[in-house]
Design a binder for this molecule. Structure first.
Ligand SMILES: Nc1ncnc2c1ncn2[C@@H]1O[C@H](COP(=O)(O)OP(=O)(O)OP(=O)(O)O)[C@@H](O)[C@H]1O
Length: 252
């Protein structure tokens, strides 16, 4: 059974069919790319998968579970984590606390225990600190754990956002343009990090990306969206040499 199975998904905004008859099947452990020209519907597809938008039609199953009618928090708990095109960190909080926010639902401790500072509260905090530091170390951010998130350089903020999404322990991680605004060195490093987290956490990754070098370099399969609908799907080689895809990108 595929980890993610999306059938005939669609949404309209007024007269605009932003996503139409979108189908995708992602196997466990796969690194999958979603590409397409500007305005093709990629972020809208992510918003449908994460419950931000309710689809007009179609179905989404994660690991066999139907996500229909679930809100973003429930979908996150079922197993989809995401990052955003524009970084959305808690900028005034520390790097460590940003990751701990992602861990909270796994280390539950009652409000009373927190207010009364009971031993169970300190135990949960300690476990969260340890787990958050482990995650930060994977991204080479452990030395900056005490920094305010907004003081990190841009490339590291992007990594921190991925670390926070991973902290929610997702089965499927959605990355929306993870390399946006990065220089070539940062992008190359990010590619290594994405491969590493897929292997280390045995996670499945779907990413939107305009950087074709990154997409072709790390994705095993790609779907191309154009005007909200699938234009092509296949291996990077098949897709990037497909005349329909080349035409869509060149706008001929
Ligand atoms: N909430 C909304 N209300 C109305 N139109 C929307 C809404 N969200 C997205 N759209 C429209 O849907 C279409 C698809 O947008 P979307 O952001 O999904 O594209 P994209 O492929 O992610 O583009 P980009 O690569 O530029 O980020 C666009 O025409 C956009 O203007």
């Amino acid at each position: 059974m595929a980890l993610l199975e999306v059938k005939n998904l669609g949404i309209s905004f007024g007269g605009l069919r932003a996503v139409d008859n979108f189908n995708i099947k992602i196997e466990k452990g796969q690194l999958y790319g979603l590409i397409g020209p500007n305005g093709a519907g990629k972020t809208t597809a992510f918003n449908l998968l994460t419950g931000v938008y309710k689809p007009t039609n179609g179905s989404i199953h994660l690991d066999g579970e139907n996500l229909a009618g679930k809100n973003p928090a429930q979908i996150n708990q079922i197993g989809i984590g995401r990052t955003f095109q524009n970084i959305r960190l808690f900028k005034n909080m520390s790097v460590l606390d940003n990751v701990k926010v992602g861990l909270h639902h796994q280390f539950k401790c009652s409000a009373i225990a927190g207010i009364l500072r009971l031993p169970s509260y300190f135990k949960a905090e300690k476990l969260m600190d340890e787990k958050a530091m482990e995650l930060l170390a994977v991204f080479g951010l452990d030395k900056e754990a005490g920094f305010q998130a907004s003081n990190l350089p841009y490339g590291k903020q992007r990594k921190l956002e991925i670390a926070r999404a991973l902290a929610t322990n997702p089965k499927l991680l959605l990355l929306d343009e993870p390399a946006a605004g990065m220089n070539p060195n940062e992008t190359a490093e990010l590619m290594d990090t994405i491969r590493l987290i897929r292997d280390k956490f045995e996670i499945t990754i779907l990413l939107i990306e305009h950087d074709m070098k990154l997409v072709a370099g790390i994705c095993e399969k790609i779907t191309v969206l154009n005007f909200g609908t699938e234009l092509a799907s296949g291996t990077p080689e098949e897709v990037l040499n497909d005349p329909k895809v080349i035409t869509a990108y060149l706008g001929e």
